[in-house]
Design a protein around this ligand. Structure first.
Ligand code: DOR
Ligand code: ZN
Length: 451
């Protein structure tokens, strides 16, 4: 817990600077050149390396409780540590779903002994739980999730009146609501239409058109225009969705957007190669969508990049296109894929600490304890060697089922060390030590409701 990271190139949203970082009792104490560690401090030489804040992944489905045949928190949080993620915000579409204060507390206790990184929890809002939002907040929820479209867990979309109530509460209490923004009825209609047209994996894309995303976003934004509140549109996958988000942002609505690496580095041309392995909701789309998403990362229209880590068993992924489960694991490859894009000049390197640490931490009330390299913040860092290369190998992946398309991909840069509150928890992709992760509740510093 007492560590000095010496002579790395700090990468923050504002500057890149060669400096030492001194972490005492798990907290960043000092940043500067030529710092002298007090006796007993471990020294990590980071010369020639990039030092970024530990990644805050606001979008993981680690499947506990109830779905542990897909994966569990021990495997998932080890994968996070290996990939440079030090905080995960865990999704609530489990069995049972996290839709009450009691279930949230139970889940927090269940995860604790298996946590290799720190974790925070979402509650889920459906018609039956909208009146339990305050109870879930008091239990320690950092935000809420709403599923407007059909996906794993089959949580029904809330009525419009429930959404109004929820956004009123969001305005009042300053929490963020993460939306799976695909309108249910549109997805159902097009799924029925294309089911009769065969079993090509490409049909998944047609069954969930951009219209479903744009329509859902306009519903959410219209409610926010009247009652306020803060939304995060997760896994934005299309140009049309971006267009809808930008309209509301331009009108001053507090709407934020997340995308995921698979929407940036894959396209519908890949269905022939990977089949249902890349079936995910919303779907992987044409290259023109990926290009627009990359542009939006660089211009600030997109605010966060999360993994949407969503593992399933190999049997579930092998079923034909209509029956296969949607989602792929991603927490371990999240940062490596983004670093590769940065080192190839596709994404500005300084946007990574913004999109993958500061912004998610702020949206979910974890900031400035998480998401920042600054005195007083948690000593969570990731050290990356920009000159090394990294080949994604099946045997290095920590989650139970290696159902990822990225095996064999060669990436620029390599995550060398992951540091959680001053402890080195992974070296060269190998997780060390015991589970040191803890449950993080909201930092109550949202004096200003604008983020
Ligand atoms: O493809 C997906 N899988 N999209 C989601 O929204 C949920 C996720 C899951 O939990 O499997
Ligand atoms: Zn998800």
């Amino acid at each position: 817990m007492n560590l000095i990271v010496r002579d790395g190139l700090l990468v923050t949203p504002e500057y890149m600077l060669r400096a030492d970082i001194l972490i005492e009792d798990g907290v960043i104490k000092e940043i500067g050149r030529g710092l002298r560690p007090p006796a007993g401090f471990e020294v990590l030489d980071a010369s020639g390396m990039l030092v970024l804040p530990g990644v805050v992944d606001e979008h993981v489905h680690m499947r506990e409780p109830g779905l542990t045949y897909k994966d569990d928190f021990e495997h998932g949080s080890k994968a996070a540590a290996a990939g440079g993620v030090t905080t995960v915000v865990e999704m609530p579409n489990t069995l049972p779903p996290v839709d009450s204060g009691g279930r949230l507390l139970e889940k927090a206790g269940l995860l604790k002994p298996k946590a290799y990184v720190d974790y925070a929890l979402y509650g889920v809002v459906h018609d039956g739980s909208v009146d339990k939002v305050k109870e879930m907040l008091e239990a320690g929820a950092v935000g809420f999730k709403v599923f407007l479209g059909p996906t794993t867990g089959n949580i029904p979309p809330p009525k419009l009146s429930s959404l109004v109530k929820l956004m009123e509460l969001s305005e009042q209490h300053g929490f963020t609501v993460a939306f799976h923004a695909e309108t249910h009825e549109i997805v159902e209609f097009f799924t029925e239409r294309y089911k009769s047209q065969g079993s090509s994996p490409r049909l998944h894309e047609l069954a969930r058109p951009p219209l479903a995303e744009a329509h859902a976003i306009r519903t959410i934004g219209s409610i926010q225009e009247m009652v306020g509140g803060r939304s995060l549109i997760v896994h934005v996958s299309s140009k049309q969705a971006l267009q809808a988000v930008s309209e509301f942002k331009n009108r001053g609505v507090q709407m934020y957007a997340e995308t995921c690496p698979h929407y940036l580095v894959l396209s519908s041309d890949d269905y022939d190669k990977y089949g249902a392995l890349i079936k995910v909701n919303p779907p992987i789309r044409g290259r023109e969508h990926a290009e627009e998403l990359v542009r939006a990362l660089n211009t600030g229209l997109i605010d966060t990049v999360g993994s949407d880590h969503a593992p399933h068993s190999p049997e579930e992924k092998k079923a034909g296109v209509w029956d296969a489960a949607s989602g792929m694991p991603g927490v371990q490859t999240l940062l490596p894929l983004m670093i590769d894009l940065a080192l190839r000049g596709v994404v500005d390197l300084r946007r990574i600490p913004l999109l993958m640490a500061r912004n998610p931490a702020r949206l979910f009330k974890l900031w400035p304890w998480k998401g920042e390299i600054a005195p007083g913040s948690s000593g969570d860092l990731v050290v990356v060697d920009p000159r090394a290369e990294h080949v994604i190998r099946e045997e290095d992946l920590y989650y139970k089922h290696k159902t990822t398309p990225f095996i064999g991909w060669r990436l620029k840069g390599r995550v060398k060390y992951t540091i959680l509150r001053g402890n080195i928890v992974a070296r060269d992709g190998v997780v060390e030590g015991r589970p040191l992760g803890s449950w993080i509740k909201p930092v109550d510093n949202m004096a200003s409701k604008r983020f």
